[in-house]
Design a protein around this ligand. Structure first.
Ligand code: SF4
Length: 363
């Protein structure tokens, strides 16, 4: 491969690293190199490009190039800043959607019905916003939730956090009136997904999920979605089609998430994709949508990471923060370890993410 070509592929390669990277580049599939170049130049990739990139083994040199290219594009675009989100399970317990992968599925769960009291939510919010570096808070419920209970909790959250912290909801299906009420109460975003095997692994009707996405978007709420929960059995084509479907359905952003093998669930033992495979998937989808920034959202990785408090579908403990330890402090540590130097807040403030800040915030 010509040196000129190598430099145009990976413009930021410098120093001693360049020799090793050049050797890798000449060994790998030239079409992948060309596709990565095309993505960085045009900001777009078609369905077949994505499927082809996803067929490479996650541990291959080709996959490394895809992941590195996406990482460099992301950091270049946002000045190496990152954001922190928080998810709080506010209404949890046996869920009639009975998703085969979820710790709340009614046929397998041992969880009890729980509605978080407002004063408990306030305590969580005081803790996670104590250093005013959290960009958004998502209130999560199971599918069968009481709308009045949710509204009370939304009101509590809107009142408790600074105005620049976006309040999001992650709920079961809602009606147009309910969506308008949520918007009126101050909800800015909603997470809602049409799952990759909706209707097979879940007891929900895909068209109801799709209708709720439309309903929320029509009410003026930004809908974030995700191609999830991806397991080892899902093909490259299924993953890419899920991403393209999300774009057509009116969602604002779409990410990719893997299925977690939760003990006791119906699908326990079906396995998980590796973190590396997930990075590859996220990178391909990110590169395919550079032109409009469609890839992203809560569960998207890259520059946005999130903490989990109280009940979580991916955890059988009542208080996920005590089990998984995925706290806001852990998120700061993770983002710092990934090399981000600044936290981007909802009001545009930039907070230096360094060792002193980790100490100051007890992270
Ligand atoms: S993933 Fe959500 S909708 Fe499905 S069972 Fe769990 S809480 Fe209910």
């Amino acid at each position: 491969m010509e040196t000129e070509t190598v430099n145009s592929v990976v413009p930021s390669l410098v120093g001693d690293q360049i020799y090793t990277d050049c050797i890798q580049l000449v060994r790998m599939d030239s079409e992948v190199v060309e596709t990565c170049c095309r993505a960085t130049e045009s900001g777009r990739l078609g369905r077949e490009d994505c499927v082809r990139l996803l067929r490479f083994d996650a541990d291959s040199d080709e996959s490394s190039l895809i992941i590195d290219t996406a990482d460099r594009m992301m950091r270049g675009r946002n000045g190496n800043t990152c954001s922190i989100g928080v998810q709080i399970g506010v209404i949890t317990g046996p869920c009639i959607a009975d998703c085969g992968f979820c710790g709340f599925a009614v046929s397998t769960t041992r969880a009890d019905d729980y509605v978080m009291p407002s004063h408990v939510l306030r305590q969580y919010l005081e803790h996670v916003t104590a250093y005013d570096d959290v960009e958004s808070v998502s209130l999560m419920t199971i599918h069968n939730f009481d709308f009045d209970d949710l509204m009370e909790l939304v009101d509590t959250a809107v009142e408790a956090v600074p105005d620049h912290v976006s309040i999001c909801v992650n709920t079961g299906d809602v009606s147009p009136e309910e969506a308008r009420e949520l918007k009126g109460a101050g909800v800015r975003r909603a997470y809602h997904s049409l799952r990759i095997d909706e209707g097979d692994d879940t007891r929900l009707n895909p068209s109801d999920r799709f209708a709720t996405i439309r309903t929320l978007a029509s009410a003026g709420i930004d809908v974030m979605t995700c191609v999830e929960p991806i397991g080892p059995e899902h093909t490259a084509g299924e993953i890419v089609d899920g991403f393209l479907r999300a774009r057509d359905s009116g969602c604002r952003r779409c990410s990719a998430g893997r299925r977690v093998d939760v003990p006791g669930t119906r699908m326990y033992g079906m396995g998980e994709i590796t973190q590396r495979r997930l990075e590859q998937i996220r990178s391909v989808l990110f590169l395919s949508s550079l032109h409009d920034g469609f890839y992203g959202g809560y569960y998207g990785g890259f520059d946005l990471d999130y903490a989990e408090y109280a009940g979580s579908p991916r955890d059988i403990a009542d208080y996920s923060e005590l089990n998984n330890g995925n706290t806001v402090e852990a998120v700061r540590r993770r983002l710092f370890a990934r090399g981000f130097g600044t936290v981007r807040c909802g009001d545009g403030r930039l907070v230096a993410l360094d060792e002193a800040y980790l100490r100051e915030t007890g992270s």
